[in-house]
Design a binder for this molecule. Structure first.
Ligand SMILES: Cc1cc2nc3c(=O)[nH]c(=O)nc-3n(C[C@H](O)[C@H](O)[C@H](O)COP(=O)(O)OP(=O)(O)OC[C@H]3O[C@@H](n4cnc5c(N)ncnc54)[C@H](O)[C@@H]3O)c2cc1C
Length: 308
């Protein structure tokens, strides 16, 4: 998709964050183009949970509803991948990977994050269905099941404690550092700690088999891992921004409403808060859209006053 027209906002990414921003802007009569590469982070899961009013909805269905809502307010949504963003005076030039070009007054980076999984053979085949990371996303569905936490960082002990609330049969494997207090807590919670690493995961009946480094096998229904959400900093750094980092990984810095230190650039959803769930991401999108609308109102007023 190419356009010579200057639109108010180009949104990069049509996940919960980008679509929620687009709805807020469309309802404010703003011209908006959303470009989306079509790979939302939770696409591997059958259902999205803790999504009030849409509990258990399929992730693809939720986004389809969001796209329809945004389009009903005049938003254009097009498939594609934004490859380059640059400032051209007071506006932005946005180049897609098919070389088509867009121009906008503001930009929202809502391109999400990509999960980096522990390197255990076979693990990624079951990601989002039987290999889980989040007790609030799919913990209830794994209740009372046989769970193996494949630990690659101290975060695994936290996950084992979280899932011990949902199942009495939780094992923690992996050669990770566990301090004395955590060790006592795991013991009290009934978590079985095995100090060997998982080397391979494969299907076994309706469940999974975890092969350990010493050759033993553990049978289970579900595996829990700590994925590392990776936020691609390419577009933000092209604009002169600097990514920030916390123990959860790199992210685009910004205010609560998503305004980044780079003028005219907002970020929302996992691109700015890698741990945010669907509604948290959507809420950030709405706030970014709302703030951009007011920013544009002020700009239009000052341009009009300068002309009078
Ligand atoms: C397996 C799994 C299950 C989950 N289950 C739940 C759950 O049950 N409940 C819950 O609340 N949360 C859940 N989450 C978290 C949820 O996925 C995120 O909160 C949500 O996807 C964040 O929305 P977002 O809009 O920031 O990013 P995304 O949904 O990832 O959307 C970003 C979009 O931007 C696109 N994009 C990326 N780069 C570009 C580019 N350069 N140009 C154009 N488009 C681009 C991507 O392809 C994608 O379509 C789960 C996560 C995982 C991994």
């Amino acid at each position: 998709m190419s356009s010579h027209d200057l639109v108010d906002v180009v949104v990069v990414g049509a996940g919960a964050a980008g679509l929620a921003a687009a709805v807020a802007l469309g309802r404010s009569l703003r011209s908006v183009i959303v470009i989306d590469a079509g790979q939302p982070r939770n696409r591997y899961a059958h259902a999205a949970h803790n999504v009030l009013g849409q509990e258990g909805i399929a992730p693809a269905e939720l986004l389809e509803k969001g796209r329809a809502e945004a389009r009903s307010y005049g938003v254009t949504i097009a498939p594609g991948r934004v490859a380059k963003v640059e400032r051209t005076g007071s506006t932005f030039a946005i180049t897609l990977d098919d070389a088509s070009l867009l121009h906008s007054r503001r930009i929202i980076l809502a391109h999400g994050a990509v999960d980096d999984l522990p390197e255990v053979e076979g693990l990624s085949d079951f990601w989002g269905t039987k290999v889980l990371h989040c007790a609030y996303c799919h913990g209830f569905e794994a209740r009372d099941s046989e769970i193996v936490v494949v630990g690659t960082s101290p975060m695994a002990a936290h996950q084992a404690l979280m899932f011990s609330q949902l199942s009495k049969t939780v094992s923690l494997v992996g050669t990770i550092d566990i301090d004395e207090q955590t060790s006592e807590r795991l013991d009290s919670a009934g978590v079985k700690v095995l100090g060997t690493n998982a080397v391979r995961v494969s299907a076994e009946g309706d469940g999974l088999s975890v092969e350990l480094s010493e050759g033993d096998h553990l049978s289970c229904d579900n595996i829990v891992v700590a994925s590392r959400p990776l936020v691609d900093g390419t577009l933000y750094t092209q604009l002169g921004g600097q990514m920030e980092e916390n123990p959860m990984g790199r992210f685009i810095p910004g205010t609560q409403t998503g305004r980044t230190p780079i003028e005219g650039v907002w970020a929302a959803g996992n691109a700015q808060a890698p741990m945010a769930m669907v509604y948290g991401s959507a809420a950030q999108g709405v706030m970014a859209g709302a703030e951009i609308n007011f920013d544009l109102i002020l700009e239009d007023i000052s341009v009009a006053s300068a002309q009078n």
